[in-house]
Design a protein around this ligand. Structure first.
Ligand code: 5GP
Ligand code: ZN
Length: 116
C-alpha cells in the first residue's frame, strides 16, 4: 500500500533497525520504545488490522507468534515478554498495517493496562 509507513519500511524506502526477516514477515525495533525491549513483527502482506485479517492470513499470523519467543530471547527478554496487537479505534491503533508488539526486558513490565 503506497501510503502505508510499514509497507515503506518493508520495501526498504524507510530505514528500520531490523530484528528478523523472512519471506512472510519483518521484525524491527519500535521507533518510540515503551520498554527496554520493544520491537514489532509485521506481515509483509499489507493487512490493515487484526479486524481485517481473514482465515487465509492464519498461517503467517501463526508463524509470527511462533518466532516471537526466540526473537524476544535474542533481544534481551529471556524470561517472558508481552504481545500486544492494538486493533482499530477502540484498540487505539495508530499505524494501520497489522503488527504484533513484543515488549520485555530483564525485569517485569508494568501491569497490563494503565488507567488514565
Ligand atoms: P500502534 O499504536 O499502531 O499499535 O503502534 C504503532 C507503533 O509504530 C508505535 O509504537 C510507534 O512508535 C511505531 N512507529 C510509528 N512510526 C514508526 C516508524 O517509522 N518506524 C518505527 N520503527 N516505528 C514506528
Ligand atoms: Zn502496509
Amino acid at each position: 500500500m503506497s501510503d502505508c509507513i510499514f509497507c515503506k519500511i518493508i520495501e526498504g524506502k524507510i530505514p528500520c533497525k531490523k530484528v528478523y526477516e523472512d519471506g512472510d514477515m519483518l521484525a524491527f525495533h519500535d521507533i518510540n520504545p515503551q520498554a527496554p525491549v520493544h520491537f514489532m513483527i509485521v506481515p509483509k502482506k499489507h493487512v490493515d488490522s487484526l479486524a481485517r485479517a481473514g482465515e487465509p492470513d492464519a498461517p503467517v499470523l501463526g508463524r509470527m507468534l511462533a518466532v516471537a519467543a526466540r526473537l524476544a530471547r535474542e533481544q534481551g527478554s529471556p524470561d517472558g515478554f508481552r504481545t500486544i496487537v492494538n486493533t482499530g479505534r477502540i484498540g487505539r491503533q495508530d499505524v494501520y498495517h497489522l503488527h504484533i508488539h513484543i515488549l520485555g526486558g530483564p525485569d517485569p513490565l508494568p501491569r497490563m493496562i494503565a488507567r488514565e
